[in-house]
Design a protein around this ligand. Structure first.
Ligand code: ZN
Length: 183
């Protein structure tokens, strides 16, 4: 950040009084431009026969790789509302009975990823501008080598490990920047 988004003055990067880390400061209007992690929220949609819905990404990053429907939370919505909205946007599925499944911090990327297990009301779904393919996968057919993000892989693994549990526990985890591309 070079200029204040409120008044246009040049900002400086310095630690404010009573703070413990540097921020972008505007000396003209006094605004402190805090930068905080962003929340990505999504779902693991389960069809009536137990198959899991995955979307092949039609957009960057990780174009062509498979993901659970998810995206950036918007202002004014809850994590559940965001997850259900993203699921509609990426697969046209209206998820039911959302159950918190995973919450993963990505401190290297300044993000938090949250996933809910949702029931699909039926077997209907569609491709969308964001998803070139939408497919229901049996557990043994999941394309593990082509999963777009480590948080999606961790969430899928966690769900499948607890398939027999009456209530799937919440995965509370951390993912750090990997050596290979993709995360
Ligand atoms: Zn300013």
């Amino acid at each position: 950040m070079n200029f204040c988004s409120h008044c246009g003055n040049r900002v400086r990067f310095d630690t404010p009084e009573f703070d413990n880390r540097p921020r972008y400061l505007c000396d003209q209007c006094g605004t402190i431009h805090y930068q905080n992690p962003r929340v990505i929220t999504g779902t693991l949609p389960v069809a009536p026969d137990g198959r899991i819905l995955l979307c092949r990404r039609a957009i960057e990053p990780r174009h062509g790789y498979w993901t659970l429907p998810a995206g950036f939370m918007e202002n004014g919505e809850t994590t559940v509302e965001g997850a259900l909205r993203e699921t509609v946007e990426e697969s046209r599925v209206t998820g039911l009975n959302p159950q918190l499944l995973s919450m993963v911090s990505l401190p290297d990327f300044d993000q938090v990823h949250v996933f809910y297990r949702v029931d699909m009301p039926d077997f209907s779904f569609e491709t969308t501008p964001e998803s070139s393919e939408v497919v229901l996968f049996d557990a043994h057919d999941i394309p593990w080598e082509d999963i777009a993000f480590l948080t999606v892989k961790a969430t899928l693994e966690h769900y499948l490990e607890h398939l027999d549990a009456e209530q799937v526990p919440v995965l509370n985890s951390v993912v750090y920047r990997p050596k290979k591309p993709g995360y």
